[in-house]
Structures are given as structure tokens and as C-alpha cells.
Design a protein. Structure first.
Length: 465
């Protein structure tokens, strides 16, 4: 697929910083005022969970909004506030909440037994469907994206007999030791583009392991080539998101992925596409199909299993052989769990069919267009980016090409304020500066209009227009 050259971004107009700071304070107060029960839950939860949340990604200021239930594109918090969900469980719920087809499949499985740690037919059907979608012949199952990328690293090291892993700076691939490196490093810690440092993401990872992972910049095949040449014969794998999705969305530039494919093949390096975010959301065959470049390994999780916790790893026959012959141990009591497989099967073979992907694409195009119109009308210093079911407004006056741009060009205050406006206008959005929205098949035009209404209110107040 060819990627159109991006339109230019409007030159940055002056933003009244005092106004922005006052709006942030005001919107934070409003959020706290209409979520008092979440505040109580937070206090209670903090007594038994660090930060009052099951995963640190769920924390928020002044407290996380605790959710009670969801149906279709709607969710309700514990204070009874209704929101249209654009967060969608960090990009999982493309099928919509409480989807009746998924629910029926899961309920049926509950009545037939939910766990045997022996293979069931469900895993065969799901693996067959993943072969069809991604064109890789062999699959194994996991319980999360973290496990999928961890297994990918093991397979690559086991197959090549090499220890070093390359990743892209500013990318997140889960929280195992080999990839908690150069995730969100500060600018001053980055080092030279051709020789970036290995920066641990927090404590708890042995230095010796961190140093086995090196990061290269995204969208720079020349830098990759120089690093591969310097490390000739030592690199087991390059793990990368084909389109970066944890620093807003940064798509690959024309020809980049094809060149990465050529270079990794030429240097005997296993190419892993981490499609945990893109896999079931940007096309039926993820970014692999969308961009037409085939990796050696694909890692999946999130939207693949329709809201149940599961993941998968796809690979070439050659790589699968190192699992089949016992060289690499790929294990897990819950791998291919029947309940998860029932949800994945219904998701992939009944709900997210080609028509569903067309609908998601069209809805996303409409939302992106609507945001573009608002940006233009109010001369906001930002632009939109989207792929499949996913999109975002990037609060930067120049298009991001890689993580170094993200660090130097994104306006954190405007990103934070936009999130607050969404939450206070009934739009449930991913917290943080780096995320994007994910649409589900349950999103209607009315839901998209609600999003645009919130964004328009934000634009008007920020620009004083
Ligand atoms: C690209 C990518 N890979 C891997 C992961 C880890 O997935 P999980 O949270 O299921 O462990 C994430 C999570 O956000 C991700 O965005």
C-alpha cells in the first residue's frame, strides 16, 4: 500500500499559556466534582493496591475513574456518569462492550468447562484464521502482549544463537526485561542516533540484561543499516511496531518497512512486528497486510481476543521448528484457554469481518475529517493521524517522524487539557499524552458527533474563538 505524503501542518499560532493553565485547573476541578465516588474508591483501593490500581497504566490525576459497566460504545462510571468510550480498554474493545455474539460464545463455553490445560478445537480454529489473516504458517498462544513479545525474543535468540535485541527508541512492547529498555527515555539520555544507549525503563532489570537491548530511531533505515553493520553477527532480532502507537500514532514513511525487511534479512536478523496494538485493529491482517511487508514473527494480544485476556505469536515454519524440536520452551498453563479461544474465535470469524473493518475505517475517516475541520476553523496548532480503527489529534505543529520529535514537539499541556475536556464532556479517553482513540463497531455517527462537540468546546476555549 502506498502512503500519501502527509499534508503540511499549519504554522503554530500563539497560545495563551495563562489561559491554558487556568483551563486545566478548572477542568480538573470539574472532573473531581462529578466523580466523587471514584475518589472514594481510590482511597479504598490505595489501601490494598499501589496507586489504587491493578496496573500502573490505569493511574490518573486526581484519581482514576472507576468503571461500573459498558454496553456497545457506552460506559458508565461508579458515579453513574455515562460516557462514549473512545478509550476502549486501551484499544481492545473493537467489538463493542458486551457484544452479544462474543457473550453467547463465552457463555456457551462456560457451561462446557473453562479450562483443561489440554488442547481444544478452539485453538485450532483461531490459529487457522490467523494463518489466513497474517500469512504466517505457525502460531502459539499466550496470555498478554507482554508474553507474546517475550516469547518472540526467546524464539529469535534460540533460532539465531545470538543475544542482542534491537528495538525502536520510544516504543513499548510490554514489561519483560528484554524490552523495558529505551521505552520513554529522556532526551539527554538518548545518545547518538547511530549508537543510542540502552536506557532501563525504571528499576528491577539487571544492567547486564538491559545492555543486551539497543534502540534505533524509527523511520531511519540508514541508521538501522549502520547499527546492523557495526553489530554484525550479534543481533538476534529487531522488534518493532510497524506503525508506532505509543507516542500517539507515527506511521512508517514510504519505503521504510520494505527497507527494514531487506536489511534484517541481509544481516540474518529475525524481524518481529509487534502488532499487539495494530493486529486486529488496522485491517484483518493488521499492519502486516496493510503495509504489505511480511515479518518473520507477528505478536498479537489486545483486540484479538474480543475483551478476554489472551495473545498469540505467529512465525515462519523455520522459527516454529525451534519450538517444535524443544530448543526453545514456549509454555503457559492458560495458553489457548478455551474461554479465551471462544472469544477470539467469535471475534475473528464472526464479528470483525471485512465489512466490520470497512465500517471502522469509514467511521475513523469521518472522525478524523471532523477533527481536521475544527483544527482549521480555530487555527489549533495540531494535526490528526489515523489508521484503521485508531486515530488521534497530535498536539504538535510539525508531524512526528520518530520518538525524538515526540519529546521535542508535543505540547503536553494541550494534550492534558484535551483529555480533561473529553472526560468532562462524556467522552471516555485514554489518559496520558501518548495514546490514541480506538473505535468499535458499535460507534454511530451520533457518538462521533459527541466527540467532535467536546473537541470543538476545547478548541473554542483554548483559542478564545
Ligand atoms: C505495542 C505493544 N506491545 C506490547 C504491549 C503489552 O501488552 P500487554 O499489556 O497485554 O502485556 C503493549 C501494551 O500496551 C503494546 O502497546
Amino acid at each position: 500500500m502506498t502512503i500519501e505524503p502527509p499534508p503540511a501542518v499549519a504554522a503554530a499560532p500563539e497560545i495563551d499559556r495563562r489561559r491554558v493553565a487556568a483551563l486545566i485547573d478548572d477542568q480538573k476541578r470539574r472532573l473531581a466534582e462529578h466523580t466523587p465516588r471514584s475518589g472514594e474508591y481510590y482511597e479504598r483501593a490505595s489501601r490494598v493496591m499501589p496507586k489504587g490500581v491493578p496496573s500502573s497504566f490505569q493511574e490518573n490525576d486526581p484519581w482514576p475513574v472507576y468503571v461500573e459497566r459498558g454496553v456497545g460504545a457506552q460506559v458508565w462510571d461508579v458515579d453513574g456518569n455515562e460516557y462514549i468510550d473512545f478509550h476502549n480498554g486501551f484499544g481492545v474493545m473493537c467489538v463493542g462492550h458486551a457484544n452479544p455474539t462474543i457473550a453467547a460464545a463465552v457463555k456457551k463455553r462456560v457451561d462446557e468447562g473453562t479450562h483443561f490445560a489440554a488442547p481444544t478445537e478452539g485453538s485450532i480454529v483461531v490459529a487457522e484464521e490467523l494463518v489466513r489473516r497474517f500469512g504466517l504458517p505457525q502460531w502459539r498462544f499466550t496470555n498478554s502482549g507482554t508474553e507474546s513479545t517475550m516469547d518472540a525474543v526467546h524464539v529469535a535468540r534460540g533460532a539465531t544463537g545470538r543475544d542482542l535485541i534491537l528495538k525502536i527508541e520510544g516504543s513499548y512492547h510490554g514489561h519483560h526485561d528484554s524490552v523495558m529498555v529505551s521505552v520513554y527515555p529522556p532526551l539527554e539520555a538518548l545518545g547518538d542516533r547511530d549508537d543510542p544507549r540502552s536506557v532501563p525503563y525504571g528499576a528491577g532489570y539487571p544492567r547486564a540484561l538491559t545492555e543486551l537491548t539497543r534502540a534505533v530511531p524509527f523511520n531511519d533505515a540508514d541508521a538501522l543499516e549502520r547499527v546492523l553493520t557495526k553489530l554484525e553477527g550479534q543481533v538476534a532480532a529487531l522488534i518493532m511496531e510497524p506503525a508506532m502507537m505509543n507516542i500517539n500514532i507515527v506511521p512508517p514513511v514510504e519505503g521504510y518497512l520494505a527497507r527494514v525487511r531487506e536489511l534484517t534479512a541481509a544481516h540474518g536478523v529475525v524481524l518481529v512486528f509487534d502488532e499487539v496494538k495494530t493486529g486486529a485493529t488496522v485491517s484483518a491482517g493488521g499492519a502486516t497486510r496493510r503495509f504489505g511487508v511480511k515479518p518473520d514473527v507477528v505478536t498479537l494480544a489486545k483486540a484479538t481476543c474480543g475483551g478476554l485476556p489472551g495473545g498469540a505469536i505467529g512465525m515462519t515454519a523455520e522459527l516454529a521448528a525451534v519450538i517444535a524440536d524443544g530448543t526453545v520452551h514456549q509454555y503457559g498453563t492458560f495458553n489457548g484457554n478455551p474461554l479465551v479461544m471462544a472469544a477470539a474465535r467469535a471475534t475473528l470469524t464472526e464479528v470483525l469481518d471485512d465489512a466490520a473493518y470497512d465500517r471502522l475505517e469509514q467511521a475513523n475517516a469521518k472522525l478524523l475529517r471532523g477533527c481536521d475541520e475544527i483544527i482549521e476553523r480555530h487555527a489549533l496548532p495540531c494535526y490528526t493521524e489515523g489508521l484503521g480503527a485508531k486515530g488521534c489529534v497530535v498536539f504538535a505543529s510539525e508531524r512526528l517522524r520518530e520518538y525524538r520529535d515526540y519529546l521535542t514537539k508535543v505540547d503536553d499541556d494541550l494534550s492534558t487539557l484535551a483529555w480533561l475536556y473529553h472526560m468532562n464532556h462524556g467522552i471516555f479517553m485514554t489518559p496520558g499524552v501518548e495514546e490514541e482513540w480506538t473505535l468499535s463497531i458499535a460507534h454511530t455517527d451520533e457518538h462521533l458527533d459527541r466527540y467532535l462537540g467536546a473537541f470543538e468546546a476545547f478548541a473554542r476555549d483554548v483559542m478564545g474563538t
